[in-house]
Design a protein around this ligand. Structure first.
Ligand SMILES: *Cc1c(COP(=O)(O)O)cnc(C)c1O
Length: 363
């Protein structure tokens, strides 16, 4: 049996008719960028997550870099970020000329809140937390620090749609919650998309202006902005997916529950969920000391896997200019050598799940 790490066609098939009807409706409407689908999506997404404002954008990376831009964070400023995040989080900081200051992750693969304070300097302007693999970070500790030091808080929620900490949704803890709707995300579009959640009225307005060439009124440009608009087709399709997001999330949780209960192999370290936090299981990530052997073994059985992520940002060629060497973040680097994401997707059959479980138990 061939099992791919992800099957986006299965997620589509679950609500195929609704997607097809919505796509036709938008195509026939005669309006394709920033219209009523975008407005509808923004209202519904903000309401579902308990935020005041949502502003639709063209990608998750745009959400991140525009967040730091409108918060006025740039050259000479430092932003604290976890070492084991996807490189887009770091690019959101460095596109603005600010410096990323890396913190090691904890056992839940999120930023180790106990190691943040020692990294705060006079130049620190913000903390960027990534709720990695779908699990909320330890937000009580993080918000205590942002309050104590007067720092901005930005959340990278590209993997954590609907994940919460102590009853509050990720993306609503700080100044800006940044979301991606890349097709493989839990709330995936059928192309590119992103958004921010914002509480402050004025800040929300700044995002609206910035995403549309800095203009509030057409052809009257207040600031040098960008083009980062959510198109109507994606917004409409996202409204369909959003209306099923609880169901989509519950299905992922059921698969994860099975994996946690039935995968029993001392060579594999299973993920855990922090007390007070929830995970929406964007990825199901194991750790294994003999990872290359495990990958080869699973490949032989036609089970596909992905490494999230093999090279931590501080060791990537792109960030060579920061001057960090191997050994700088030992836990981050160890995770990069050991983590492996096993198949996890909506529409994964029980037979497929059993096949993966059995193979892992025999490894
Ligand atoms: C996917 C992702 C992004 C980037 O989103 P895009 O829409 O691809 O630009 C940022 N951060 C994390 C953690 C992600 O997983």
């Amino acid at each position: 049996m061939k099992i791919m790490p992800n099957r986006m066609d299965r997620g589509f098939a679950m609500h195929q008719k609704e997607y097809e009807e919505k796509a036709l409706q938008v195509l026939r409407s005669g309006w394709y960028v920033l219209g009523q689908e975008d407005q509808g999506f923004e209202t519904e997404f903000a309401a579902k997550l308990g935020a005041k404002h949502c502003v639709g954008l063209a990608s998750g990376l745009d959400a991140l870099w525009i967040a730091f831009r409108v918060l006025g964070i740039g050259a000479g400023d430092e932003v604290i970020v976890q070492g084991n995040t996807y490189i887009a989080s770091v690019m959101g900081i460095t596109i603005n000329g600010a410096t990323p200051v890396f913190v090691e992750p904890d056992e839940y693969y999120n930023m180790d809140a106990a190691k943040i304070e020692e990294k705060i300097t006079k130049r620190t302007k913000a903390i960027l937390v990534t709720h990695l693999y779908g699990q909320a970070s330890k937000m009580d500790d993080v918000t205590a620090l942002t309050k104590k030091y007067g720092l901005r808080l930005v959340e990278d929620c590209a993997q954590s749609h609907l994940a919460g900490f102590e009853g509050k949704m990720t993306g609503t803890f700080g100044d800006v919650g940044c979301f991606s709707f890349y097709p493989s995300k839990n709330l995936g579009a059928f192309g590119e998309g992103g958004a921010v959640l914002v509480e402050d009225d004025k800040l929300a307005e700044e995002f609206r202006i910035f995403r549309n060439y800095g203009s509030e009124k057409r052809y009257y440009n207040k600031v040098v902005g960008t083009n980062s608009r959510l198109d109507e087709l994606q917004a409409g399709l996202l409204r369909v997916r959003l209306s099923h997001l609880e169901e989509i999330t519950q299905e992922r949780c059921r698969i994860a529950e099975r994996y946690l209960k039935e995968i029993q192999n001392p060579r594999l370290i299973l993920p855990r969920v922090r007390p007070g936090a929830t995970s929406v299981w964007h990825q199901f990530v194991l750790r294994c000391e003999d990872r290359e052997e495990l990958i080869a073994y699973l490949n032989e059985r036609e089970i596909g896997t992905i490494i999230h992520y093999p090279i931590p940002p501080h060791l990537s060629q792109a960030y060579g200019y920061l001057g960090h060497k191997e050994g700088f973040l030992p836990i981050t680097e160890q995770y990069a050598r050991q983590v492996l994401s096993i198949p996890m997707y909506n529409g994964m059959t029980e037979v497929e799940q059993s096949y993966v479980i059995e193979a892992l138990n025999r490894f």
